[in-house]
Design a protein around this ligand. Structure first.
Ligand SMILES: Cc1cc2nc3c(=O)[nH]c(=O)nc-3n(C[C@H](O)[C@H](O)[C@H](O)COP(=O)(O)OP(=O)(O)OC[C@H]3O[C@@H](n4cnc5c(N)ncnc54)[C@H](O)[C@@H]3O)c2cc1C
Length: 290
């Protein structure tokens, strides 16, 4: 699909509360909503460097630390949310497409591949940038080809063999991902598998309050949640933020949490885990900080 129709859409003083799953309040002085690849190329050519703006997907891995941001926020419009059949086993998917939409489609069409990731509240572009994974399945393992806008504003098609990725890292993290071709297997039990993995996710993760998923990466051979639990920090609360009682690596927004509350909890967790286990936890969340 060639997404090329409207003029750039610039919005001012946008509240980001509904754009981040932690539901932190923050104002973006300017938000660019790109409706076409031309908009994105133009935007990339105008900014001096990749550090001059924030790129927003579904906002499920970001931690916004300031009340007012000092850089524009770029978001892909609904034109980048689509699924098109390429052949019997391959789909072209726009980067702004919600994973939930893709999962529903693959259930209907008996396409196996994404079941382990079901329930992650993310966009396909954000998942590719972060190499989202779950129950041993990495999203990027399905990607045959990606189309991205690079820093010069050019569209590049990146083949599978040129996409490098590791735990929560991807060679596509410094591009604007616009679409990807994912390859699936055929199967008739996709719905059952999705239900089964969703059940496991609901058992493990905390969906009762807003969060950004896991705050820390898992160190080698041990889960960060286990270490946090062993430090007795489950339930630890500061202001409106709390370490989830269900999953030690989730910080939930119980009631109007402030970034300072979350930062305090993160600092305490790091200190206690280091004191007790000699392990320095590395953050998984992407900080937006002036
Ligand atoms: C309840 C919950 C459960 C979760 N479970 C998991 C899990 O099981 N496994 C897992 O890996 N993660 C999990 N996460 C974290 C999160 O969903 C993933 O990191 C996801 O990949 C983020 O995608 P997003 O679209 O929300 O991106 P955002 O949070 O909006 O952005 C994350 C990063 O990706 C970049 N980005 C976004 N869109 C693009 C694009 N089009 N091109 C280039 N870069 C882009 C952003 O600039 C930012 O740096 C969970 C989060 C929540 C809230």
């Amino acid at each position: 699909m060639d997404v090329r129709t409207h003029k750039p859409d610039v919005r001012k003083k946008v509240s980001l509360k509904i754009f981040n799953t932690l539901r932190l309040e923050a104002i973006a002085p300017i938000m660019f909503v790109a409706h076409s690849t031309d908009d994105l190329s133009e935007f990339a050519k105008r900014v001096c460097s990749w550090d001059d703006f924030y790129l927003l997907g579904a906002g499920s891995n970001i931690f916004i630390e300031n009340d007012i941001l000092n850089k524009p926020v770029l978001i892909l419009g609904k034109e980048f949310s689509y699924i098109e059949r390429v052949d019997s086993l391959s789909l072209e998917i726009g980067a702004a497409t919600a994973l939930s939409k893709v999962i529903s489609y693959t259930i209907e069409q008996n396409l196996r591949g994404l079941e382990e990731l079901a329930g992650i509240p993310a966009s396909i572009g954000g998942m590719m940038a972060c190499n989202a994974s779950s129950f041993g399945k990495e999203l990027l393992s399905l990607v045959e080809e990606a189309a991205v806008i690079d820093e010069s504003g050019e569209i590049k098609h990146v083949k599978k063999s040129d996409i490098r990725y590791s735990y929560r890292r991807s060679s596509l993290e410094n591009c604007i991902i616009i679409k990807a071709i994912l390859r699936f297997d055929e199967a008739c039990d996709v719905r059952e598998k999705v239900i089964s993995y969703l059940g496991k996710r609901l058992d493990m993760q905390d969906f009762s309050y807003p969060s950004a998923g896991c705050i820390f990466k898992n160190p080698l051979n041990v889960s960060a949640g286990y270490l946090i639990d062993k430090c007795g920090l489950k339930g630890f609360r500061v202001g409106g933020a709390q370490v989830s009682l269900k999953h030690g690596n989730f910080i939930i927004n119980r009631a109007d949490a402030k970034a300072g509350d979350i930062n305090y909890i993160i600092a305490v967790i790091k200190e206690r885990v280091n004191e007790r286990f000699g392990i320095i936890l590395e953050e998984e969340i992407v900080r937006w900080k002036i």
